[in-house]
Design a protein around this ligand. Structure first.
Ligand SMILES: Cc1cc2nc3c(=O)[nH]c(=O)nc-3n(C[C@H](O)[C@H](O)[C@H](O)COP(=O)(O)O)c2cc1C
Length: 448
């Protein structure tokens, strides 16, 4: 099984200063031409998939410096991701197309329908990244006064995933003969109305789309709390995980794979992709230089606002040269990222200013930097030593970072036998080594 390589397809990349770099594409906000070119770069390199993180709210209106400069996860000017991937499906043939959609502020029927359509449009290359929404402000755009609490979000997410998968199984694979001669468009005995009634949803079904080419589009999830991990074990085909060290990634890998048996699943049925920012150059010095160039494009007030966003506390109130304060848990925000940043600052004895600078390239996540050999060595180690099944790659600057990765690192991984030279199959599932799910309603009927 080759290493899985996914490209983070955010048009603004992953570094706050990135869009200002001379090599970065001009005018990245909602720019279709750029997205098409990025998709072609990933496909030419035989990468598995393009991945779009997403949210439904414009963030950081309360942080004027950062708001004006924008950070990659603020996304004030982006496409709705499934809409964008439908367009990218028309200019690619093999690369997988994975979009993030929340279970907290959407409806399972709509999500099942959208991803079934994308799977048909792309000939079986769709993936749904199921999230429960990290940004509390998104709630205000969906008639809520505040963000739904974590446990409630995950309870709803579990039921949501059940309904979506049930709806994808609405029709047998042979339900649509569309036979002009007999006048039979569909086979009435080959449809199943879900009639789901749960705590959160009441959905009659059937879905108004034939069964997706992959049976079910590939389901990703991203969440690292207990409940988040349990949801992944129950429902996901792939997990997008972020850990800063190989040791922590190995623990998470064993933890997630170890949860599968109780759902009757084999360890290889869940693929774990580790998020990593990759700075690669012809030489180590070139990679260092790019990182320094990007950091120089972020003035200190913007860097401080960015740190404030990550740790959930206004950092401009603290002297730059003081040690980074250790806030109590409830001030650190909803995700593990803030806690990881505080732990790193404490371990390395960083000041406020140093912490703000340090997190610019990779937040508190993982970073591989150096020549192609050095980067490939690190990737090989993580892969062979059971820290991940592959990588979710952010490669500053867009697009030259991904081009450099494709030109320098991919051939080295191929030479080592770690990565494919040609796509194995037609669908995203084929390429990821995932089986096509049985239809839960129609295998049962056939057995009767
Ligand atoms: C690696 C990773 C990527 C995520 N991507 C998104 C995203 O694109 N959009 C979003 O709304 N939430 C995203 N989330 C947030 C999760 O869906 C979840 O709401 C949040 O992490 C809190 O849950 P947890 O405590 O289980 O991690 C992501 C989380 C992780 C760990």
């Amino acid at each position: 099984m080759p290493m899985i390589l996914a490209a983070n397809a955010n048009a603004q990349g992953s570094h706050v200063g990135e869009w200002r770099h001379p090599d970065a594409w001009d005018r990245p906000a909602s720019n279709l031409a750029n997205a098409m070119r990025l998709a072609r770069i990933a496909e030419a390199a035989k990468m598995d998939l393009l991945f779009l993180a997403d949210g439904n709210g414009v963030r950081n209106l309360d942080k004027p410096d950062l708001f004006a400069a924008t950070s990659p996860s603020d996304r004030p000017g982006v496409f709705e991701p499934v809409t964008l991937l439908s367009a990218l499906a028309m200019v690619t043939e093999h690369v997988g197309l994975v979009a993030t959609t929340t279970t907290t502020y959407d409806e399972p029927f709509s999500v099942a329908r959208r991803f079934a359509s994308l799977d048909h449009i792309s000939g079986g290359r769709a993936g749904w990244n199921l999230v429960t929404t990290s940004n509390p402000g998104d709630a205000l755009n969906f008639s809520h006064d505040e963000h739904v609490a974590r446990d409630d979000r995950y309870e709803r997410a579990g039921e949501f995933a059940e309904v979506v998968k049930g709806l994808w199984d609405s029709w047998a694979d042979d339900a649509f003969p569309q036979d002009k001669a007999s006048g039979r468009f569909l086979e009435p005995s080959r449809v199943h109305a879900l009639n789901f009634r749960g705590k959160h949803f009441r959905v009659a079904g059937p879905l108004n789309a034939p069964r997706p080419p992959q049976g079910h589009p590939v389901v990703f999830s991203a969440g690292q709390s207990e409940t988040g991990k349990e949801l992944s074990a129950a429902h996901a085909d792939c997990v997008f995980a972020i850990e800063g060290t190989i040791e922590r990634a190995q623990i998470l890998y064993r933890d997630l794979k170890g949860r599968l048996a109780k759902y009757g699943r084999a360890p290889e049925s869940l693929k774990i992709l580790s998020g990593v920012t990759i700075f690669v150059g012809e030489t180590e010095e070139e990679a260092d230089r790019l990182m320094a160039e990007l950091d120089a494009l972020v003035p200190m007030p913007v860097a401080l606002d960015y740190l404030s966003k990550m740790v959930g506390t206004k950092m401009s109130a603290y002297p730059l040269n003081d040690p980074m304060p250790q806030f109590r848990e409830e001030h650190v925000g909803p995700t593990g990222i803030g806690r990881a940043i505080l732990a790193m600052a404490a371990a390395e004895g960083l000041t406020v200013g140093q912490t703000a600078r340090k997190i610019l390239p990779q937040m508190a996540g993982n970073l591989f930097k150096g020549s192609a050999m050095q980067v490939a060595d690190q990737m090989e180690r993580w892969y062979r030593e059971a820290a991940c099944d592959g990588f979710m790659i952010a490669a500053p600057v867009v697009p030259t970072g991904l081009e450099r990765f494709a030109r320098l690192v991919v051939p080295e991984l191929q030479r080592r036998g770690l990565f494919r030279r040609e796509y194995e199959g037609r669908t995203l599932r084929d390429n990821l080594g995932l089986t096509r799910p049985e239809n839960r309603f129609f295998t049962a009927r056939a057995a009767e």
